[in-house]
Write a protein that binds this ligand. Structure first.
Ligand SMILES: Nc1ncnc2c1ncn2[C@@H]1O[C@H](COP(=O)(O)OP(=O)(O)O)[C@@H](O)[C@H]1O
Ligand SMILES: Cc1cn([C@H]2C[C@H](O)[C@@H](COP(=O)(O)O)O2)c(=O)[nH]c1=O
Ligand SMILES: [Zn+2]
Length: 189
């Protein structure tokens, strides 16, 4: 489990990235860290991409219905405007943000903000997703989570798309995606 190196002492900027496949627990881990920051009386702002309206317009919601209020935004630069006076910034579904996100996170960290990002490291074709590789390169701390393969019960690293649709962006849940291990992912291709 991730233990914060310095939760309420001297303010030091940092970038934490939580990555993994769908259903690996990224959103739950993001919510856990953000709730602990609030318990430590830190000022917390939370953002998600406006396009992600799967469960709720404004909340970040995990597959287990754990939730926290967030601000839906269209562009990464908006974070700099809305998080001018905070200690901690949380960002969910980071793979959907534009190419300004790594620079925005860097700027926040240089200002002393703790930035916690959750996102899919790979898309359904197993290619790096959006800005996630650049965020991982800039991160001070990386947590890679794993789901359970629905086919064999092993550790799952891949998000297998069950329907035919060649576009990278396709919001969905268990009706469209299932987590699979390396062997079961390649058998399904
Ligand atoms: N195949 C699976 N492997 C692991 N967790 C699963 C699976 N199917 C459903 N879940 C549920 O999904 C939860 C994780 O949800 P969430 O944090 O929203 O994941 P993510 O943000 O990575 O998609 C788990 O705690 C578990 O209850
Ligand atoms: C693999 C993959 C996923 N998506 C979409 C599907 C979901 O709406 C989100 C991921 O949500 P989670 O919190 O990680 O469960 O992303 C997509 O658009 N394209 C893909 O290749
Ligand atoms: Zn498997």
């Amino acid at each position: 489990m991730f233990i914060e190196p310095n939760i309420s002492g001297e303010r030091r900027g940092s970038i934490e990235v939580i990555c993994g496949s769908m259903f690996s627990g990224k959103t739950e881990e993001l919510i856990r860290r953000l709730k602990r920051a609030r318990i430590a009386n830190l000022r917390v702002e939370i953002f998600k991409p406006k396009i992600d309206t799967r469960y709720h317009e404004q909340q970040i919601v995990s597959h287990d219905e754990n939730a926290i209020l967030s601000t839906p935004i269209e562009s990464a630069q908006t974070i700099l405007l809305l998080a001018s006076d905070v200690d901690v910034v949380g960002i969910d579904e980071a793979q959907f943000f534009d190419d300004q996100l790594p620079d925005v996170c860097d700027q926040l960290a240089w200002r002393g903000v703790r930035v916690i990002i959750a996102g899919l490291d790979m898309d359904y074709t197993a290619k790096p997703f959006g800005q996630m590789p650049n965020l991982l390169a800039k991160a001070d701390y990386i947590t890679k989570l794993h789901a359970i393969c629905v086919k064999c019960g092993n550790i799952a690293n891949y998000s297998y798309r069950k329907v035919i649709n060649p576009t990278q962006l396709m919001l969905g849940e268990k009706d469209i995606y299932e987590p699979r291990c390396r062997k079961c992912y390649y058998e399904g291709k």
